[in-house]
Write a protein that binds this ligand. Structure first.
Ligand code: BTN
Length: 246
């Protein structure tokens, strides 16, 4: 699946069923798997979303996790930038997806993918486990009631896709983003991110240190924080808060 100099996906571990691909990959770190290892499963029993939510993971969707060793020993920036390859892969398959900060993947205001990045410290090394979930081949009626009207799938928007081909393209794109990230061309990457993120320029409400802040989403910092400028012109950096458009 990987091109010759591609690091991501050079080791691919496939499973029928796991609890969560992120958790399986975290276990594999102890077995010494190399950077770029990808775990992919047909279904997850307890797929995890951000903020402790569950991720609906029936057969048909694409669930994978990628092992990285980012130089900055932080999982947040590369997890944010992982939105770029996900959007590119969806667009390649005909779905004009976009990002909602930090890395919710939407199409026509409905969620079609999500990213859960976790930092893992093991034996003096730091790893980022970046989990990607994409609603590829899931018929809309199969989504649970709380996701009806909130989520969509590639199958519904464009028709069935090959998860294998989707993953292969996704990893090529992610590899190129990660390469640029490591080589220090982060400014350009964040510019690319901003170009795909529709949150910039929107009026939002976020929670900063337990206080509600309302203002305009102005930019994303190189560490992945969202800068919200309130009515008095004060800049607030929002890190991993729930965000509402107002
Ligand atoms: C979110 O938007 O809340 C993030 C969803 C992330 C889901 C993916 S599916 C593969 C990986 N394994 C998990 O348990 N979660 C992530």
């Amino acid at each position: 699946m990987a091109t010759s100099d591609q690091v991501l996906g050079r080791v691919l571990k496939t499973y029928d069923t796991v609890e969560s691909t992120n958790d399986t990959l975290k276990e594999l770190i102890d077995e010494g798997v190399p950077e770029g290892t990808v775990v992919v499963a047909k279904r997850q029993v307890t797929g995890k979303g951000r903020h402790g939510r569950a991720w609906f993971s029936p057969v048909g969707g694409l669930y994978c996790s990628v092992l990285l060793e980012p130089p900055e020993r932080e999982a947040a920036p590369i997890s944010l930038l992982a939105g770029i390859p996900v959007v590119k892969a969806l667009r390649h398959h005909g779905v004009l997806a976009y990002l909602r900060w930090p890395n919710d993947v939407h199409f026509m205001e409905k969620k079609i993918g999500g990213i859960l990045g976790e930092g893992v410290h093991r034996h003096d090394r730091f790893y980022a486990v970046v989990g990607l979930g994409i609603n590829t081949n899931i018929p809309l009626p199969d989504f649970p009631s709380d996701l009806q009207g909130e989520a969509t799938s590639v199958q519904h928007e464009e028709g069935l896709v090959s998860n294998e081909q989707f993953l292969s393209y996704l990893m090529q794109q992610f590899d190129s983003v990660y390469r640029r990230y490591r080589s220090g061309t982060k400014d350009v990457l964040f510019k690319d991110y901003r170009g795909l993120c529709t949150t910039i320029g929107k009026r939002v409400q976020a929670e900063v240190h337990g206080r509600k802040v309302v203002g305009t989403a102005a930019e994303v910092t190189p560490r992945g924080a969202l800068v919200v400028v309130d009515e008095s012109g004060v800049r607030h950096e929002v890190v991993d808060a729930g965000l509402r458009y107002v």
